[in-house]
Design a protein around this ligand. Sequence first.
Ligand SMILES: Nc1ncnc2c1ncn2[C@@H]1O[C@H](COP(=O)(O)OP(=O)(O)OP(=O)(O)O)[C@@H](O)[C@H]1O
Length: 320
Amino acid sequence: MTGFLSIEKLSKTYEGPTTALADFSMEIGQGERWSVVGASGSGKSTLLRLMAGLEAQDQGAVFYRGERILHSGEKLVPGYDAIQLVKQDKGLYPHSTVAENISRPLLQYDKAYARERLDELLSLFGLEKKRDSLPRQLSGGQQQKVAIARAMSLEPEVLLLDEPFSSLDSHQKRTLLDELNLIFQDLAITLVLVTHDIQDALLITDKLCVMAHGKLMRKGEIKDIHQDPKTAYVAGFFGPLNALSENKYLRPSHIQVTKEKGKAAGKILLKRYFPDHDLLTVALEGHSNYWQVAAPIRKLRKGDSVNLDWKESHILRLDE
Ligand SMILES: Nc1ncnc2c1ncn2[C@@H]1O[C@H](COP(=O)(O)OP(=O)(O)OP(=O)(O)O)[C@@H](O)[C@H]1O
């Protein structure tokens, strides 16, 4: 338990019984930025609640700087100032202003310090002009910023974000993520983000933990996992896959449409416009399956016959 944040053999079963976490272990270093992905019900939110000390595990422990995190059954006021959890529902007080919401955790502190910290946070999150607004007078992205600013009021070392961006539209989300990226970079905060969207993971984190049925399936640098996902489950978080043969897959962007004879041929059934490419759905000759092909050339039409080729090095060999 010498690490910064050590999760050791955590298990949690709810009534039902439903196993939410099963012998889950992981080390998180100070300043690291992790995303956690996994199918719905794989235990991601449970993991975050246990890391924050807001719930009781059945077995195992979380250690923060060598000290065991006391869970909700062991502590009069559950949770830790140093480890803050922000949930999707934001939990803002609807009748309190932005300033009151952000400074609520600071009530226990000296007034001058609390005022100073509030001003710092309003400036850091670009919320100065909204300080007297009520949450309902803010956009979804601004509300989420208030929730994150409030979580950061006590200067936590660890910020746990449980799908905080899922209610935002893609533009709001991108703007917020770009702003958070700069804030987190300057603060060197340790971040664990639960998300369903790999784009969020790519934008603000470097490391990825993939869960299934309460277990750790994979962990490491996002780029290493993307390049060598090892299983179809893990690869699936990065986008659709085309099955080449048993255990062999190709990503849509790794298939070229060629004039010459390729390794396969087919007919375009559908064409969808994407900013960087056309996404073609191709019915393969001699096969019952369809492939998704990302074609940078725009001149192909529905009904065209096409030859397809790919590099051997782009074939992903994946277990189920
Ligand atoms: N308080 C609870 N009582 C009973 N079962 C629960 C409770 N909380 C979670 N579960 C169950 O435990 C499992 C893991 O839930 P959890 O919310 O941790 O998963 P998740 O990966 O965060 O899911 P999602 O992506 O859908 O939010 C699920 O099957 C869920 O139904």
